[in-house]
Design a protein around this ligand. Structure first.
Ligand SMILES: Nc1ncnc2c1ncn2[C@@H]1O[C@H](COP(=O)(O)OP(=O)(O)OP(=O)(O)O)[C@@H](O)[C@H]1O
Length: 441
């Protein structure tokens, strides 16, 4: 709990004292890095000590207020209009954590790189928006993270939660600090695709993490390159032989920046993050889930969804890692379904027949997709027309093991969720088990 709480605690213990006025200045002048050790404080969460969650150490409350403690938080400020916590770099977030930089932002809140003064390490803290619905979702995310942490003995599948607390009406979740997301990496590399052997390494780890989650009866529901983080931020710069002038290979689609160098992650280790939308499989599964590009057809058609929706997302992610671009770049349901048909062939009749009231308008007489007749614009029609069949798309980007990859993707991108490959089955696919010629990343 925040510093103000410590200062106010005596009022709660002996209610006859006047209420303390809000502080209008720093508790102590901001200090330069590296800062001194933090004052022990009370958290409403639990702390992970030696792999076990324990109730955080609670110092005995002071009976008499002995003046403001040093090195605490900045004066209280209002949140921004969306309920985001307002901060300045270099100041403290609770006396234990010093804010170093902003690492990311999502629907749920902001992620800040902080220095943990107690453990003397960098951590990533997700500061959840102060709105009630996000606070409630954050408590579910904490529950999921604790469950994952309890079973992930190697700590290699999903991001590790270190701590959590409620600070000025913001739930704050403290994570181990990881490197950039696969999306960040693609973007900084000018959307150059990853080499097939590296895609295989990523695919194997993603599927192992999904198997792990599904075994715990958890469905992630928001798998996408933004939610897959490299463990290490280290990179190496290498010659991109695929597109080199001197290369014997034929460059099918040269990189947009024309450079013959590319960055590679030094280590291929990755972990899943963002369990804010994760559900337990006994819950009601009719609402819309997943970020648009990675959303499974059964979600769009309102057929109800379960574990297989994660495997569809994995299929879309793998195509993106091989090609450098999102497979279904759309923001609209009918166009999205038309893109699926262009890449994967016609939707099965039995799924069309079961489409719910909101989705039945995408079909003509309940028999076939209302496309191109129902297209919103010529641009929309062009975006669909230009998409190749899955086989051709993979062949454009992959120089070896294309056959195995196409077969795996056809299993992951099967329309019918009952027929779609399960995570564990996918790991047994020849794309992973066959001895492939390795040509380096
Ligand atoms: N442990 C971490 N280490 C490093 N960066 C992280 C970490 N966790 C999150 N991030 C960064 O912060 C971003 C937002 O995190 P996260 O996806 O958990 O937030 P969110 O609000 O739930 O997002 P969304 O809108 O996708 O639901 C990530 O894309 C990533 O760039």
């Amino acid at each position: 709990m925040e510093a103000q709480w410590l200062a106010e605690y005596p009022h709660q213990a002996a209610d006859n004292r006047p209420r303390k006025r809000p502080r209008l200045a720093w508790d102590a002048a901001p200090q330069l890095f590296p800062p001194p050790k933090a004052i022990p404080m009370l958290y409403c969460g639990q702390e992970l000590i030696n792999g076990n969650f324990t109730t955080a150490f609670l110092p005995p409350p002071p009976i008499y207020y002995a003046g403001p403690p040093r090195n605490l938080s900045p004066p209280w400020r209002p949140d921004d209009k969306d309920g985001h916590y307002v901060f300045t770099l270099g100041e403290n977030l609770t006396p234990r954590y010093r804010i170093l930089s902003k690492m990311g932002e999502g629907t749920f809140g902001q992620v800040l790189e902080c220095w943990d003064l107690e453990n003397q390490e960098s951590v990533a803290i997700k500061i959840v928006r102060s709105l009630q619905k996000y606070r409630e979702a954050a408590m579910i995310e904490i529950d999921v993270l604790q469950r994952l942490g309890k079973h992930d003995f190697t700590g290699s599948r999903c991001v590790q939660i270190r701590n959590w607390f409620d600070y000025r009406n913001h739930i704050c979740i403290v994570f181990e600090k990881l490197g950039p997301s696969l999306y960040d990496f693609l973007r900084k590399n000018n959307y150059r695709s990853f080499a097939i052997d590296l895609v295989r390494e990523f695919a194997r780890q993603i599927l192992e993490s999904v198997t792990f989650m599904h075994d715990l009866r958890l469905i992630h529901t928001d798998l996408k390159p933004e939610n897959i983080l490299l463990v290490s931020p280290d990179t190496i710069r290498v010659h991109d032989y695929k597109f080199s002038f001197f290369s014997m290979k034929i460059p099918i689609r040269p990189p947009k920046d024309g450079s013959v160098f590319k960055n590679l992650p030094k280590s291929s280790a990755i972990k899943l993050i963002d369990f804010g939308s994760t559900t337990f499989d006994h819950q009601d599964h009719n609402y819309v889930v997943s970020t648009r590009h990675y959303r499974a057809p059964e979600v769009i058609l309102g057929l109800g969804w379960n574990y297989p929706c994660d495997l569809w997302s994995v299929g879309c992610i793998l195509v993106e890692l091989c090609s450098g671009e999102a497979l279904f770049q759309t923001h609209e349901n009918l166009e999205h379904l038309a893109m699926m048909e262009k890449v994967l062939g016609p939707l099965p009749k039995h799924m069309i027949a079961r489409a719910d009231r909101r989705a039945e308008k995408y079909f003509r007489r309940g028999l076939r997709l209302d496309w191109p007749e129902g297209a919103a614009s010529r641009e929309s029609m062009k975006a669909v027309w230009k998409l190749p069949r899955l086989q051709n798309l993979v062949m454009q980007h992959v120089d070896h093991s294309a056959g195995d990859l196409i077969d795996l993707l056809q299993g992951l991108l099967r329309y019918d969720p009952d027929e779609r490959l399960k995570a564990r089955q996918a790991l047994q696919h020849p794309f992973f088990t066959r001895c492939h010629r390795r040509c380096g990343y």
